[in-house]
Design a protein around this ligand. Structure first.
Ligand SMILES: Cc1cc2nc3c(=O)[nH]c(=O)nc-3n(C[C@H](O)[C@H](O)[C@H](O)COP(=O)(O)OP(=O)(O)OC[C@H]3O[C@@H](n4cnc5c(N)ncnc54)[C@H](O)[C@@H]3O)c2cc1C
Length: 374
C-alpha cells in the first residue's frame, strides 16, 4: 500500500461493511457509521449468484457463508402449476472455485459481515449520519449529526437507495421512482427434494423460490400494479394468499401454510439511473447509493461487494484518491450498468406479460456476461 488513508464509510450495509473489511485489511484507518442505532436488517432471504459467491470468496467470507447458506446451480423454470419447462444455467468462470448460485437469510449474512467488521479494528458509530460534506484540496471535511466534525482523505457513501451522501453530492440528481411492481416476500419450510432456485412464469405474477438453508427457503412474488395503499399487518398474509390463488406445486403448499403468524413483507420496487461519475472530489458513492437496481438479476449484493474489492485495489495502486476514484469508475461503470439495464428490461417484460422464453433469454444472457472475471 502506498498511502495510509483515513476513510469514512457512511452506511453499514453489504457495500459499507465489505468496503470496511477490505480497507482495514490494507491498513487504512476506517470509521463506519450507520443511521440505524440497532444496525438491523430485514428478515428476508437473499439470492446469491455465482459472481456474488466469487466476490464473497475474494472478500474472505465464502466458507462462513457456505456453511449456513444453500449453494447450488441452475434455475428451474416452471409454469404456474409447478410443471417443469426448462432450466436456466447459472454459469461462473471455472477459475472462481465456486458454484453457480445460492441463497442465504439476510440476517445471517449481516451477522457474518458485522462480526468481521467489529473484529477488524474499524471504529463503528451507530445512530449517526452526515449533515454536510465539504470538499477540501486534500480530502473532505465532514459534519456529523451529533454535532462533531472531522477530516478524512476519502468519504465512501454506501448508504443505499435513499443515500444522504448522494443528495449532498448531487442535489440535482433524479430521485428513486416507483418501477411499477411490488415485491412480496415470505420464508417457508424447504420441502425435501427442492434443491434449486425456481421461477414460476406465465401467470399473473412472477413468482420465485430460493432455498436459503438446509431447511428453509424464501418466496418472492412480483405484483404489477399502478400503486398500492399501505397494507396493514393483519392483511399481509391474506393478500399474499389471494395473489397466489392460481399457482400450484410448491406454491400451493406455501399458500396453504400462510397465517397471521407468517412473516410476510411487501415493498415497492424503486430505482433510477445515476449518470457517471459517481464521485465528486474525495467522495465516492458505491452499492445501491450509486447504482440502484430492481432485483431481477439478484446481483445487487454482488455488485456491492465487487465495488469494495475494486475500490480497495485502486486505492492501493493510485498516487492520489481522485486518481483511484477515476480508475474505480472506469472499471465499474459498464458492469453495473449491465445489471441495472438488464434488470429494468426484464421488469418491462414481466409487466407487459411477455413470454417466459423472452424473460429468461435476457436473464441467461446477462448471467453469462456477469460470469466473466471482473
Ligand atoms: C426487494 C429486494 C430484493 C432484493 N433481492 C436481492 C437478491 O436476492 N440478491 C441480491 O444480490 N440483491 C438483492 N437486492 C439488492 C440488494 O439488497 C442491494 O443491492 C444491496 O443490499 C445493496 O447494499 P448497500 O450496502 O449498497 O445498501 P443497503 O443494503 O441499503 O445498506 C445501506 C445502509 O446504509 C444505512 N444508511 C441509510 N441511510 C443512511 C444515512 N443517511 N447515514 C448513515 N447510514 C445510512 C442503512 O441503515 C443501511 O445499513 C434486492 C433489493 C430489493 C429492494
Amino acid at each position: 500500500m502506498r498511502h495510509k488513508r483515513r476513510v469514512l464509510v457512511v452506511g453499514g450495509g453489504i457495500a459499507g461493511m465489505a468496503t470496511t473489511l477490505m480497507l482495514r485489511r490494507a491498513g487504512h484507518t476506517v470509521r463506519l457509521i450507520d443511521l440505524d442505532p440497532g444496525w438491523r436488517v430485514y428478515g428476508a432471504g437473499i439470492t446469491i449468484t455465482g459472481p456474488t459467491l466469487r466476490a464473497m470468496k475474494q472478500l474472505g467470507i465464502y466458507d462462513e457463508v457456505a456453511a449456513q447458506a444453500y449453494i447450488g446451480h441452475g434455475i428451474r423454470v416452471c409454469d404456474i402449476h409447478g410443471r417443469f419447462l426448462h432450466e436456466v444455467p447459472t454459469p461462473i468462470s471455472p477459475t472462481a472455485g465456486v458454484e453457480g448460485c445460492g441463497g442465504i437469510m439476510r440476517p445471517a449474512l449481516h451477522k457474518i459481515l458485522s462480526a468481521q467488521v467489529l473484529a477488524s479494528g474499524a471504529e463503528v458509530g451507530l445512530g449517526l449520519t452526515v449533515e454536510a460534506v465539504k470538499d477540501l484540496e486534500q480530502g473532505a471535511q465532514v459534519s456529523f449529526s451529533d454535532g462533531t466534525e472531522a477530516d478524512f482523505d476519502l468519504v465512501v457513501g454506501a448508504d443505499g437507495l435513499y443515500s444522504r451522501v448522494r443528495s449532498l453530492l448531487f442535489p440535482e440528481a433524479e430521485k428513486p421512482r416507483y418501477m411499477g411492481q411490488y415485491v412480496w416476500r415470505t420464508v417457508a419450510p424447504r420441502p425435501p427434494g427442492l434443491n434449486q432456485r425456481h421461477f414460476f412464469l406465465g401467470g399473473p405474477h412472477k413468482v420465485g423460490l430460493t432455498p436459503v438453508s438446509a431447511d428453509s427457503m424464501y418466496m418472492f412474488l412480483l405484483e404489477t400494479c399502478e400503486g398500492r395503499d399501505h397494507v396493514k399487518d393483519v392483511d399481509l398474509a391474506p393478500t399474499l394468499s389471494n395473489l397466489l390463488q392460481s399457482y400450484g406445486g410448491p406454491l400451493q403448499a406455501i399458500r396453504e401454510g400462510l397465517s397471521q403468524e407468517s412473516a410476510v413483507i411487501v415493498r415497492p420496487l424503486e430505482a433510477f439511473r445515476l449518470p457517471q461519475p459517481w464521485s465528486r472530489g474525495h467522495v465516492q458513492l458505491i452499492g445501491d447509493a450509486a447504482h440502484p437496481t430492481t432485483p431481477q438479476l439478484a446481483s445487487g449484493a454482488g455488485l456491492a461487494i465487487e465495488d469494495a474489492l475494486v475500490l480497495a485495489a485502486e486505492l492501493d495502486v493510485a498516487d492520489s484518491v481522485p486518481e483511484a476514484l477515476h480508475n474505480f469508475m472506469r472499471r465499474r461503470h459498464e458492469r453495473c450498468q449491465l445489471v441495472v439495464e438488464s434488470s429494468f428490461e426484464i421488469g418491462d417484460k414481466e409487466r407487459s406479460g411477455a413470454s417466459s422464453a423472452e424473460q429468461t433469454a435476457i436473464l441467461a444472457r446477462s448471467l453469462s456476461a456477469l460470469a466473466e472475471e471482473i
